[in-house]
Each structure stands twice: as C-alpha cells, then as structure tokens.
Design a protein around this ligand. Structure first.
Ligand SMILES: C[S@@+](CC[C@H](N)C(=O)[O-])C[C@H]1O[C@@H](n2cnc3c(N)ncnc32)[C@H](O)[C@@H]1O
Length: 200
C-alpha cells in the first residue's frame, strides 16, 4: 500500500460504517453462508477495515476457531479493535499483506471488498498460498455488489487489475494462474469467487 492509500483509508475510516450500506447483516450472512465456513476454522480477514465481517466470522468459527483481521490503516484498525477487540477468538494485526509476512497458517483467507486494491494480485496469491494456507485451505474473493457497482466506485483507477471483471471471468483468470477457481455467486448483491490449490 502506498502512503497515499493509507492516508485515504485513514481519512474515510470515521464514516466507513455509516457509508458502507451494502454490507447489511442479511447480505453478509448470506454471502458467508455460501462459502463453507465450519466451526474451528482459522480464518484470515485481509483488509478487515473496521471489522465489518468480524462478529459474523467470530460466531461462525466459534471458540475452537480463530479470526485474524489484518489492515494497514490505523484509522480502520482502531475502529475494528474498539468494536471487536474484546472477542476472545479475534485478533487484529497491522500488516501490509502484500509486502510483509503474515504469521501462521489458515483454513480460509478472505478478501472482502479488497481485491481492486491489490497492487500485484498474482504474486500476492502465490505468497499467501505458500506461506499462510493450510493444505486444504482456500481463498475467497467477495463483494456485496456486482462488478459494475464496484467499478463505478473505482472509476478513476487505471491499472488493469483495478478494473474488476465479472466473477466468472475472474475465476478464469485465477485458473490461468494455476489454481482451481469457481464463481459461486454473480448477482447484483453477491460476487463470490473461491480459489484453491490445484490438485495434481
Ligand atoms: C474497501 S476497504 C474494505 C474493508 C472491509 N473489508 C469492508 O468490507 O468493510 C479495503 C481495506 O483494505 C485495506 N488494505 C488494502 N490493501 C492492503 C494491504 N496491502 N495491506 C493491508 N491492508 C490493506 C485498506 O486499508 C482498507 O481498510
């Protein structure tokens, strides 16, 4: 992340929860119900922001599991910690997940409303799968909206990877990088793509 990006997220952090109207509890619950979360999972929430997913993930994995929320914006992390720092199975870490090593391995790595912010998605996936993914683990790229909605928010962005393709097209791109990948939702309210290691 550049300092400019960190400053941007610090600036919008105070109003993020009020402005992020698409992540209603109902929509978040529906999206998470589609991605196979089981009790006891170790879950990594990359770009956790103010922790929009955290209470849901904490409950779904239960006391035998854990949730690690990662972000680089102090503005976002301070809010996440204030709201959910008391949950026993939750921790927050300040890390640039594209540049720094994340501790431990996980069963599920989530990127929720985060993918267009990546600078080097294919390198980052390779690194995450190598360093942080358990053998049967999988990654999920998700949004509470379709690509048209997301691209309208990011209309000033020029780099190719910053333009979000349809979920089906993104899954095909991940397959071309050597993963198993499937678009499991492609509607106005749900965009979900799963990514797994290719079984040889
Ligand atoms: C659009 S917000 C989404 C936040 C949250 N997932 C949500 O849906 O409310 C993207 C978040 O990803 C974080 N982020 C982006 N790139 C990052 C990186 N390389 N390392 C750590 N955090 C990053 C930003 O700081 C920001 O909080």
């Amino acid at each position: 992340m550049t300092q400019e990006e960190i400053d941007f997220f610090d600036r919008i952090a105070p109003t993020w929860d009020a402005d992020e109207i698409r992540s209603t509890p109902e929509r978040v619950t529906t999206i998470l119900s589609r991605i196979g979360i089981r009790r006891g999972m170790r879950i990594l929430d990359l770009g956790t922001g103010t922790g929009v997913l955290i209470p849901f993930l904490s409950q779904l994995t239960g006391p035998e599991g854990s949730v690690t929320g990662i972000d680089l914006s102090d503005g976002m992390l301070d809010r996440a910690r204030a709201k959910y720092g008391h949950l026993a199975n939750v921790r927050f870490l300040k890390i640039d997940f594209e540049e720094e090593l994340i501790p431990d391995k996980y069963d599920l790595i989530l990127m929720y409303s985060v993918y267009p912010h990546l600078h080097a998605p294919s390198d980052t996936f390779e690194w995450l799968f190598k360093m942080n993914m358990n053998a049967d683990g999988y990654l999920v790229v998700a949004f509470p909206a379709d690509e048209e909605f997301i691209n309208n928010i990011h209309h000033d962005r020029k780099a190719e990877h910053e333009h979000l393709p349809s979920a089906g097209r993104l899954a095909a791109i991940f397959r071309s990088w050597g993963y198993e990948s499937e678009a499991i939702a492609e509607t106005k309210d749900e965009y979900i793509v799963t990514v797994r290691r290719l079984v040889q």
